[in-house]
Design a protein around this ligand. Structure first.
Ligand SMILES: Cc1cc2nc3c(=O)[nH]c(=O)nc-3n(C[C@H](O)[C@H](O)[C@H](O)COP(=O)(O)OP(=O)(O)OC[C@H]3O[C@@H](n4cnc5c(N)ncnc54)[C@H](O)[C@@H]3O)c2cc1C
Length: 389
């Protein structure tokens, strides 16, 4: 007998989505944009999802989490965004940092950092991007030098999200291999209040309370146990965080796309200019129907990627996570653009809050991995084409 494949989520996951949507709906887009425009933060929302166990739902129970999978935390991320509260730090703190520490941290490190990541009291940012290396993360120059039984870090990072709201940052640096003298990537947990650790906000056009920062790491001294996991397995450990990152980024985008589409649909049902709601015209209805299809396709691929990852199939999850992230970012860009168009002049006003979605959705094509690097991945790994860079 052929095995049945379930294309529906479990009752538990559906309930989780409903509960998160209800909680986030209590805050909503007006809260999110008001915080963004006044320089406020989303701390109350963050702490509330933490208290309710949603933030750390993917973190093992023995470290204060919910013992669920990446599919669960991705559902939380999507539902927040679908209520107009897309939280980038969900991608970073529980999914990237939480996964890396869970998989590679020592028992002591897991006990120290995971509970705060899970309940939102000790958020962790993630810093790999550097001004000169950009997409080519093999070229990062932040270095970690052994000194007096510990480490000294020096370098610069850029576009690092949420440093101001984080207690620690998981920093990717390069340490010298004592045998070969070559520099190898390693991961360090750096407290944001460490001496020599400075950060300044980058003015961005995204309407969000979460900001990006330039980070200056000037001879920051760290204890020996700031190094996460094995010094010789830095790349493997880093890659372990990439699939969760992409699955979460995809969920962030599908949530944002759903929010944009919901707004557009509600508007075109009400607005009349030729005696009928403008949604009666196919010129508006078809693009919105296309968005519905594109969003559902992206969600399906995201759920597939999460299911593969949670089943321990990292290789298959890698391909699916890249494809999901690509499809979700494209769906979000198109949905945001169509939502603006459907609103006419109102689409550009602050009052209707639609145009602000354009840049947020657009960022999904660039971060955490760009559209082009995903196409490079699929070209190479799925199609067997030569490496193009
Ligand atoms: C909102 C936001 C939040 C972010 N948060 C974080 C964070 O928390 N932590 C962190 O470490 N980083 C973060 N980033 C950085 C993000 O990951 C980088 O911006 C991204 O990886 C691209 O790097 P870059 O900006 O240096 O672009 P570049 O590397 O300069 O690339 C510019 C363009 O060239 C294309 N390109 C480059 N090389 C190739 C190639 N070989 N083939 C085809 N195209 C190519 C890229 O796809 C891109 O479109 C964030 C960025 C944004 C916008």
């Amino acid at each position: 007998m052929t095995e049945q494949i379930a294309f529906t989520e479990t009752d538990e996951r559906i309930t989780l989505r409903r509960q998160v949507a209800k909680l986030a709906g209590g805050y909503g887009r007006d809260y999110f944009t008001a915080q963004a425009r006044s320089g406020g933060k989303t701390t109350e929302l963050w702490r509330e999802i933490g208290r309710n166990g949603y933030l750390g739902i993917n973190i093992p129970e023995e470290y204060g989490g919910g013992g669920g999978g990446i599919g669960d935390v991705a559902a939380v991320c999507e539902e927040l965004a679908a209520q107009g509260c897309p939280l980038l730090m969900m991608v970073v703190s529980p999914a990237i940092c939480g996964t890396v520490i869970t998989r590679f941290g020592t028992e002591e490190q897991k006990r120290r950092w995971l509970p705060g990541i899970a309940d939102g009291t000790a958020t962790m940012a993630f810093a790999i991007t550097e001004p000169d290396a950009g997409t080519n993360s093999h070229n990062i120059t932040t270095t970690a030098r052994r000194d007096a039984g510990g480490w000294v870090l020096k370098g610069r990072k850029i576009y690092i999200s949420g440093v101001d709201e984080a207690e620690n940052v998981l920093v990717v640096a390069r340490a010298e291999d004592s045998r070969t003298g070559r520099l190898k990537p390693c991961l360090f947990v750096v407290p944001t209040d460490a001496a020599g650790f400075e950060f300044t906000p980058i003015p961005m056009e995204i309407v969000s309370p979460e900001q990006q920062f330039s980070v200056f790491i000037d001879d920051v001294r760290l204890p020996a146990d700031a190094l996460v996991g094995d010094e010789d397995a830095g790349l493997v450990q880093l890659f372990a965080g990439l699939n969760p990152e992409r699955i979460m980024a995809a969920s962030f985008s599908t949530g944002l796309a759903r929010f944009a589409l919901d707004k557009a649909v509600a508007y075109v049902k009400e607005r009349e200019v030729f005696g009928v709601p403008i949604g009666s015209h196919q010129g508006l209805a078809h693009p919105l129907a296309m968005s519905k299809i594109e969003i559902e396709l992206a969600r399906l691929m995201t759920q597939k990627a999460a299911a593969l990852y949670d089943a321990g199939d990292d290789a298959a999850a890698g391909e699916a996570a890249n494809m999901a992230k690509y499809a979700a970012a494209e769906a979000a860009c198109d949905a945001a653009d169509r939502a603006v168009q459907a609103h006419g002049g109102n689409g550009i006003t602050q009052e209707y809050g639609v145009a602000g979605l354009l840049v947020a959705a657009r960022a999904g094509r660039i971060a955490p991995v760009s559209r082009e690097m995903i196409l490079n991945y699929v070209g190479m790994h799925s199609l067997g084409l030569p490496k193009s860079y």
